[in-house]
Design a protein around this ligand. Structure first.
Ligand SMILES: Cc1ncc(COP(=O)(O)O)c(C=O)c1O
Length: 390
């Protein structure tokens, strides 16, 4: 290629899921059947009643048209009802913009808040897409260190210590990808207070909010009438309703914030596809019970995974777990996470992600997305870790 590319993008690593999936092609033949602990995708199908509902909408000629950039008013109205039930929130449709997954909601949040040269404070280990976006935009990601003894939970004091006059946001993912850690509501509250003290945003990515055991309320921030002053919330109905391919995300923020974010929305995507919006509307109006049943199933997978993994004699150490994920210290001294993950592909038929894609210095760890595999496969998956010669 003779054209010059932006150094901001060439310096960013290749998407890790694609990288790891490429290793599978070169693994020795004759090994055990592959167990995929790599990508966080619900393994189950969407609710049949949702699919049926959508198929009835297909003949509608409006379905193939653009919608307003922010999404159809009746869809956003229905989502407000969901937020009232889930968070006790009094949101208005003007607080919402439907996006192409939580991924695009993050882009909207960041381009609305930051310019090149600004800083965002993140909690390590970080969901890899977030630093990738920041790097591409010339924004400096400043990581609060991962403290294994704290289970990867954020310390508001540490985070506040990293804020400078260039900082525009604190970014928190709860439940965390990759550790599964659920930040307690009181800590989320403190982080909003920190953001308020410094006139910056708390960007909360709550992609896994429906996988908190018992369905408890993730936080109380929305019940404060002033929430929109400093809070920017990101959600993914893709995970909630097993619609990851529909790209069903949401940005919630103050009306003023959404007004500016819509300039980016118009240029990036125009709108979330209408079919996706109808899927989300059907979900928030009809599927609370379906979501709760899947949450319980995920909790059973988590409990079984933990119980199997922590039986004596496992040289892999479970550092933290929750929601979809386990964050594990591998026993291969001197090996990077990539080297350890390749050993697992080649010798145990397990694919998972190396720790270093979630931040510098995390080469000793692996992320396992046990949410991808059924209960009956979990003992076999864990057996392969336990029996792998080190
Ligand atoms: C923390 C986090 N945020 C955002 C996303 C992207 O979600 P979506 O598929 O809705 O774009 C993911 C996907 O794995 C994620 O783990």
């Amino acid at each position: 290629m003779s054209m010059v590319l932006s150094p901001l993008i060439t310096a960013v690593h290749f998407p890790p899921i694609s990288e790891v999936k490429n290793w599978v092609a070169t693994r020795p033949s004759g090994g055990p059947e592959l167990i995929d602990l790599c990508q966080a995708v619900p393994d189950y199908a969407p609710a049949p009643e949702l699919t049926e509902h959508l198929s009835g909408l297909l003949p509608d000629p409006l379905l193939s048209k653009y919608s307003p950039d922010e999404g159809l008013p009746e869809v956003r109205e229905a989502i407000c009802g969901y937020y009232q039930r889930k968070y006790g929130a009094r949101l208005s449709p003007a607080n919402l913009c439907m996006t192409i997954g939580a991924s695009q909601a993050f882009w909207l949040a960041i381009v609305t808040l930051c310019r090149a040269g600004d800083e965002v404070v993140l909690q390590a280990p970080c969901y890899f897409d977030h630093p990738m976006v920041l790097d591409m935009l010339g924004i400096r990601g400043v990581c609060a260190p991962f403290v294994e003894a704290d289970g990867g939970l954020p310390s508001p004091a540490t985070i506040e210590g990293l804020i400078t006059d260039r900082t525009r946001a604190i970014l928190l993912v709860s439940p965390s990808n990759p550790t599964g850690a659920i930040t307690p509501p009181a800590v989320i509250d403190e982080l909003l207070e920190v953001a308020r003290r410094h006139d910056i945003a708390l960007v909360l990515d709550e992609t896994y909010n429906e996988f908190i055991p018992g369905g408890s309320r993730p936080h109380e921030l929305f019940s404060d009438p002033e929430w929109g002053g400093n809070l920017v919330h990101i959600a993914s109905f893709g995970k909630t309703y097993a619609l990851t391919g529909y790209r069903a995300g949401l940005l919630a923020a103050s009306e003023g914030f959404i007004h500016h974010a819509l300039k980016a929305q118009d240029t990036m995507a125009v709108c979330q596809p209408r079919i996706t919006q109808h899927a989300v509307k059907f979900g928030v109006e009809n599927l609370d019970g379906w979501v709760a049943a899947n949450r319980e199933m995920m909790a059973r997978r988590h409990d079984l995974f933990r119980a199997e993994f922590m039986k004596p004699g496992n040289r892999f150490h479970l550092s933290s777990s929750g929601a979809f994920f386990a964050w594990v210290r591998h026993p291969f001294d001197g090996c990077s996470g990539r080297e350890a993950a390749k050993i697992l592909v080649d010798r145990a038929g397990i694919i998972c992600l190396p720790g270093e894609v979630f931040g510098a210095g995390l080469e000793g760890y692996l992320r396992l997305a046990f949410g991808n595999i059924r209960e009956e496969t979990i003992p076999e998956a864990v057996r392969r870790f336990r029996e792998l010669a080190v």
